[in-house]
Ligand binder design. Structure first.
Ligand code: NDP
Length: 280
């Protein structure tokens, strides 16, 4: 039976560290969170980010804009935030309403304040291993792997999913830690066979119960990034937890695994942004 990786506990420890660091050094840090429209899931995420800021001692500035906000209006707000010394990090909650082009908006954020690490220049820096910010979800997965004590170096790592925000950066982080990395996607042949070679398996597909026990190596570390809502309203991951937990060595639950880590890593990135901007 797999050991459960407790994302709530690991994320609480990261937030405690961030809180201590801020208090010890008396850092004055601000994070601007921009939300456009009233998507209920986005509202929950934004509220959780505000709560985490409060806990850590980071000032949060919320900008809640109406659903029909124009691109020019949002870009103008970002210009203001880019130039505001109180604001060290800027986060625009995605997804955005359809009249707003996500790429244009993200590229407008100053790379030094891009605490989501979605800006092209930050993405490029991750590729070459010279980065200041790590994208929060993959960075959170790395913390969870670290918490197991399993070394990535030399291990077979398989990432299912190649999105720009999860799969690709995840693969890069594992590679930087000397994993032997395979990235799978919807065109991958023999997916089950490829996955079953993995010592470390990351599922970032967005399909409920997609990863079954036959796809998992005995004793593997299984990190489930997926967040899927079932018809009965319950949340579930990409991994069929009941059967895979019989075979894996370590596994993250959903909820309570990767989810809480994303916000904890955002707090870390915001402190890093402050350090970069003030040269400390
Ligand atoms: P995307 O939809 O952008 O990417 C999904 C990936 O899965 C694609 O690369 C796709 O391949 C691949 N895929 C789809 N079907 C298959 C298949 N049958 N076999 C193999 N690969 C397949 O999703 P995201 O990366 O944005 O998110 C993935 C999941 O993680 C979602 O459930 C999302 O909600 C969750 N998530 C969780 C976060 C957290 O904080 N815990 C944060 C971000 C995301 P292809 O490229 O070929 O289409």
């Amino acid at each position: 039976m797999a050991k459960i990786i407790d994302g709530k506990a690991v994320s609480a420890a990261v937030k405690e560290q961030v809180k201590d660091e801020i208090a010890r050094e008396r850092l004055d840090i601000g994070l601007a969170v921009v939300i456009v429209g009233d998507d209920p899931a986005s509202r929950v995420y934004v509220n959780n980010k505000k709560k985490a800021c409060e806990f850590c001692g980071i000032k949060s500035y919320e900008y809640a804009l109406p659903e029909d906000t124009t691109e020019a209006e949002l870009l103008e707000l970002i210009d203001t935030l880019n130039g505001d010394a109180k604001v060290n990090g800027i986060l625009v909650q995605l997804p955005l309403p359809k009249q707003l082009d996500e790429k244009t908006i993200i590229e407008h954020i100053s790379p030094m304040k891009d605490v989501d690490a979605f800006h092209e220049s930050n993405v490029g820096r991750i590729m070459i291993g010279n980065y200041a910010f790590l994208p929060c979800t993959p960075a959170g997965c790395m913390e969870l792997i670290r918490s197991t004590g399993v070394e990535v170096s030399g291990k077979e790592c398989v990432v299912i999913g190649r999105s720009n925000i999860v799969g690709k950066p995840m693969a890069m982080l594992l590679l930087h830690e000397n994993g032997t990395v395979t990235v799978c996607h919807s065109k991958t042949k023999n997916l089950a066979e490829v996955c079953s070679r993995a010592d470390i398996l990351i599922a970032a597909v967005g399909r409920a119960n997609f990863v079954t026990a036959d796809m998992v190596k005995e004793g593997a570390v299984v990190i489930d990034v997926g967040i899927n809502r079932l018809e009965n309203g319950k949340l579930c991951g990409d991994v069929k937890f009941d059967e895979v937990s019989e075979k894996a060595g370590y596994i993250t639950p959903v909820p309570g695994g990767v989810g809480p880590m994303t916000i904890a890593m955002l707090m870390k990135n915001t402190v890093m942004a402050k350090r970069i901007q003030s040269g400390i």
